[in-house]
Ligand binder design. Structure first.
Ligand code: HAM
Length: 430
């Protein structure tokens, strides 16, 4: 029977890549935590209506990429394509903004978009993100962007280009949309089917039209349609960033793929990522989203980064956690009769904080030692019939092959000493 591959556009995280994966998540938790952002976790599926209203009908994500199914009660559910709508639902549903404003939260987890799979574009991918909910201030926009910038710095990712734009308020966008339609309508013949559809349902996305990118060069710019208030708001964000030493590039064509943005929108680009996949992360302000979801008007801003893209870029910069051994020590019985004594030895080592794998298989000793080597164990604790009878254990240093017999009461200390003597302890870079 042929082996079953993973579904198209998905991938498995295997143990050799796990330390780097955990490292990215730890760094994000540490950096966001240093700004006072606390963990939230929301379901990976939501009512389809939440996604449709939140992300917006007319976006590629909703129109073409949703994984939607019915539950047994006939309700329509969708695997979340992004985290913001669900997090906002959770925070406002629990009335958290009535106690503290803004509510600062971070999240991490899988997202699902039925896109055409390509390098670094998956159907299931992981994001780490933050949302700052309940207050509207350009200083918060700058805080969120600074946090993303700092996160990339801590990952050792350099050569990042921060692209920033203002999408104005809804009146600014209404005027801008009309100008875009007036510009693109006479050019309709040069648009592909997708962009002809955008002309009717989501004209802002025309700026991302791939078929004739030159058209966007002469298209009207949102910056010419901003009210004074929107303009001052954006300038304050850029000023704050400059004061923090963060170079932002103004990009009046940056529109983002999700519908909920208003005012500040931004992306972190990296040249080593190709074409449409060049964004490591992105975000922006979404002051109208709460109302669209049926809550009282509540402003918010946030970002999300794609974990797979961060890992590739960090590896190119030479900064990823090295693969780690599965354990520090193996505790092995020499014969099956010593299984419980070996298990007790393993238990005492774990209590002392030593990562220990138990081997009570009926393999021969040399095979057990080879297996311990493959696991990366630096110490092997052997329990044979003599050791079991006298309450001792043999501690073998896997590198020097030296062995010593110690009383069970001294076992953890002896193993810890042997591990400390080891010159290279493998740790994630800090
Ligand atoms: P987004 O720009 O759609 O924003 O996604 C953020 C990041 O997720 C992208 O920059 C990219 O690194 C990664 N990503 C997106 N799609 C894929 C894919 N198919 N395969 C691999 N990686 C992908 C959001 O999701 C917003 N919720 C961000 C936000 C938070 N805005 C406000 N708060």
């Amino acid at each position: 029977m042929p082996a079953i591959p993973p579904p198209r556009g998905t991938r498995d995280l295997l143990p050799d890549a796990a330390p780097a994966w955990e490292w990215v998540h730890e760094v994000h938790a540490r950096v966001a935590g240093s700004f006072g952002y606390q963990l939230v976790d929301t379901p990976i599926f939501e009512h389809t209506e939440l996604i449709e209203r939140g992300v917006g009908v007319g976006t590629d994500v909703v129109d073409k990429e949703m994984f939607t199914f019915e539950d047994r009660g006939g309700r329509s559910l969708t695997l979340r394509p992004e985290g913001t709508a669900g997090v906002l639902r959770a925070v406002l549903g629990a009335s958290l903004t009535q106690e503290i404003r803004p509510v600062r939260v971070r999240y991490a987890g899988p997202m699902f978009r039925g896109e055409r799979p390509q390098a670094l574009r998956y159907r299931q991918f992981a994001q780490v993100g933050v949302e700052c909910i309940g207050e509207r201030s350009p200083h918060l926009d700058a805080e969120v962007i600074e946090m993303g910038w700092r996160f990339l710095h801590e990952l050792g990712i350099t050569g990042v280009s921060l692209q920033a734009n203002s999408l104005g308020d809804s009146e600014d966008r209404t005027r801008y949309r009309a100008a875009l339609i007036a510009y693109y309508e006479p050019l309709e013949a040069r648009l592909d089917d997708d962009c002809r559809r955008r002309l009717r349902v989501n004209p802002l996305r025309l700026l991302d039209c791939k078929r004739d990118a030159a058209l966007a060069v002469d298209a009207p710019r949102i910056t010419d349609f901003l009210s004074d208030e929107s303009r001052i708001y954006f300038e304050t964000v850029l000023d704050d960033l400059a004061a923090a030493g963060i170079p932002a590039e103004r990009n009046p064509r940056l529109v983002r793929g999700l519908d909920y943005y208003a005012q500040t929108a931004f992306e972190f680009w990296h040249s080593s990522l190709q074409g449409a996949q060049n964004a490591l992360g992105g975000g922006g302000r979404y002051d109208g989203l709460a109302e669209v979801l049926g809550f009282a008007p509540t402003p918010g801003i946030g970002y999300a980064f794609g974990v797979e893209r961060l890992l590739v870029t960090a590896a190119e910069g030479g900064r990823v956690a090295p693969p780690q051994a599965a354990c520090d020590a193996v505790a092995a019985s020499i014969e099956p009769a010593q299984a419980q004594v070996a298990a007790a030895a393993a238990r005492s080592l774990r209590t002392a904080g030593i990562r220990t794998v138990l081997d009570v298989s009926d393999r021969k000793l040399d095979r057990k030692l080879r297996a311990a080597d493959r696991l990366g164990a630096r110490v092997c604790v052997l329990i044979g019939s003599d050791e079991a009878a006298e309450g001792t254990a043999t501690v073998r240093d896997m590198r020097t092959r030296q062995q010593q017999r110690v009383a069970v009461a001294q076992l953890a200390a002896a193993v810890a000493d042997a591990l400390d003597a080891e010159p290279e302890r493998q740790e994630a870079p800090r």
